[in-house]
Write a protein that binds this ligand. Structure first.
Ligand SMILES: [Zn+2]
Length: 269
């Protein structure tokens, strides 16, 4: 569910009891006062208050002065209050899987308003999605997380670091890994075609795996094959992502889009 929808759903669920309250102020755990509230919808933000009970938002809007009392009140005047951000491309994997509880809190992300980190980007994420989820549950982390199954481990499992194409049998095993990972909750397939050994793959190989992700409702996310003039060029790399999306029939996300090097513009015209 979209976070703002969640907010509204939560409000709807709680509103009747709040409205039924007598004149006594409703006791909240946390009240954010006077912030500029963005719900995540395309609505004009309002200056108001956000009330929280436990881990639920129970009010968002202009509260009457005596409507609430709270164990803790934060003056948010002049600040934005918004649903947590989703960072679609991180390399927080190492910290989130760290033995160090402080690193697992993912403080650099939380302090920038990020409450969901996507990991497994650039084709580096393992295909053991269920096992990763189990570890993350057992050793709690500071943000929510969503995982990609990475092309790298899938390919390395069958081909190691070899610069060659998979046999049909190897490709079948790779497809099985992607399918299994999607069933275990992966967001989609990520690749880092910029990096060896992933860059040894032909587009057709990636399309076959992306089709599997597509069948499970996944998306395709790629650190594109080139950002400069090392092989197929920046434009060729974007074209490749679009082709993969068309042929595998799934949405794509271009990561690391940049024009690297001073020759880029003239060469790509
Ligand atoms: Zn990256």
């Amino acid at each position: 569910m979209h976070q703002s929808s969640l907010l509204l759903a939560v409000l709807a669920a709680f509103s009747p009891s709040l409205h039924a309250a007598t004149d006594a102020p409703v006791q909240l755990d946390l009240l954010l006062r006077g912030g500029t509230i963005y719900t995540g919808d395309a609505q004009t933000p309002v200056v108001g208050d956000v009330g929280i009970m436990g881990d639920r938002i129970v009010f968002a809007g202009k509260a009457a002065p005596a409507q609430f009392s709270a164990r803790r009140t934060i003056d948010a005047t002049g600040m934005v209050v918004a649903p947590g951000f989703i960072d679609a491309h991180t390399h927080a994997d190492v910290d989130l899987h760290s033995k160090d509880p402080k690193k697992r809190l993912n403080i650099p992300f939380v302090t920038q308003g990020v409450t969901t980190s996507v990991i497994g980007n650039d084709g580096f994420g393992g295909f053991d999605i269920a096992a990763q989820a189990q570890r993350l549950r057992a050793a709690p982390i500071g943000t929510n997380v969503a995982m990609y199954v990475g092309f790298g481990p899938v390919r390395i499992d069958q081909l190691g670091e070899a610069n060659q194409a998979p046999t049909p049998a190897q490709l079948e095993v790779m497809k099985h890994h992607v399918s299994q990972a999607m069933c275990e909750g992966a967001l989609g397939l990520s690749t880092g075609l910029f990096y060896p050994p992933q860059n040894y793959s032909k587009t057709e190989e990636v399309i076959e795996l992306a089709k599997v992700a597509a069948r499970h409702g996944g998306i395709y996310d790629s650190h594109i094959r080139d950002e400069s003039m090392y092989n197929i060029g920046l434009k060729g790399s974007i074209d490749e992502v679009i082709r993969i999306g068309h042929e595998a029939k799934l949405p794509v996300h271009v990561a690391h889009i940049k024009a690297l090097g001073v020759d880029r513009q003239s060469l790509e015209r």
